[in-house]
Design a binder for this molecule. Structure first.
Ligand SMILES: [Zn+2]
Length: 202
């Protein structure tokens, strides 16, 4: 590739496989790494190896963690009776950054999307309902995205909770989140407001 030695061309190729990175950016990153001290480059390599080796899913909420249960699930300071349901770890990170919420999370690892073959069994819904029962949850905040899939998932969750349980408060974050919105793209103020102004799920 462009007369680069094989090792350089190979790394450019690897960077290009990452989301949002085109050929030019990949090339720039590799040339930058060539200029940095070896210790820095090795730190990056070590960090990449580390996420694969040390990161797993929290056995309770399915957040990313390096322990069996994540920092939030094992914290004494969190409200253990409220669960906020999100699609992806990045959504949880956004809500955490907004500092507007003090309960637990449940990361579905996706949203219902029959067109793509993603039904209730493909995401962590069974586990959610089991948690609501086992952990005596009293409030569920549904913070899936406002895309068609996110909305369908929110309705599915609300309908099933109502079918299975009595007296569980269900709310949906809303205000300020435009239709089709993905949580991770919102600024912290918008997310904070959306969390505060959530409405009861009818
Ligand atoms: Zn957890």
């Amino acid at each position: 590739m462009y007369g680069y030695p094989e090792s350089v061309a190979k790394l450019i190729e690897e960077f290009r496989k990452l989301p949002g990175i085109g050929e030019k950016t990949a090339e720039r990153l590799v040339l930058h790494l060539l200029k940095t001290p070896e210790t820095e480059a090795l730190k990056l390599a070590g960090a990449i190896a580390g996420i694969k080796k040390n990161t797993k899913m929290c056995k309770k909420c399915f957040a990313l963690t390096d322990q069996d249960t994540c920092r939030i699930c094992s914290s004494e300071k969190r409200d253990k009776k409220t669960v906020c349901v999100v699609e992806r770890p990045a959504d949880m990170a956004s809500i955490e950054k907004s500092a507007s919420y003090n309960g637990l999370y449940h990361i579905l690892q996706g949203a219902l999307s029959p067109m793509d073959g993603i039904g209730p069994d493909e995401i962590r819904l069974k586990e959610l309902f089991k948690r609501i029962r086992d952990e005596h949850i009293i409030e569920v905040i549904i913070a899936t995205g406002t895309s068609v899939e996110g909305e369908a998932t929110a309705c599915f969750i609300a309908d099933n909770i109502k079918k299975i349980f009595n007296n569980i408060k269900i709310s949906r974050i809303a205000s300020g989140i435009p239709m089709g919105g993905d949580l991770k793209y919102f600024d912290q103020v918008t997310l904070k407001r959306a969390m505060e102004k959530r409405y009861d799920f009818k």
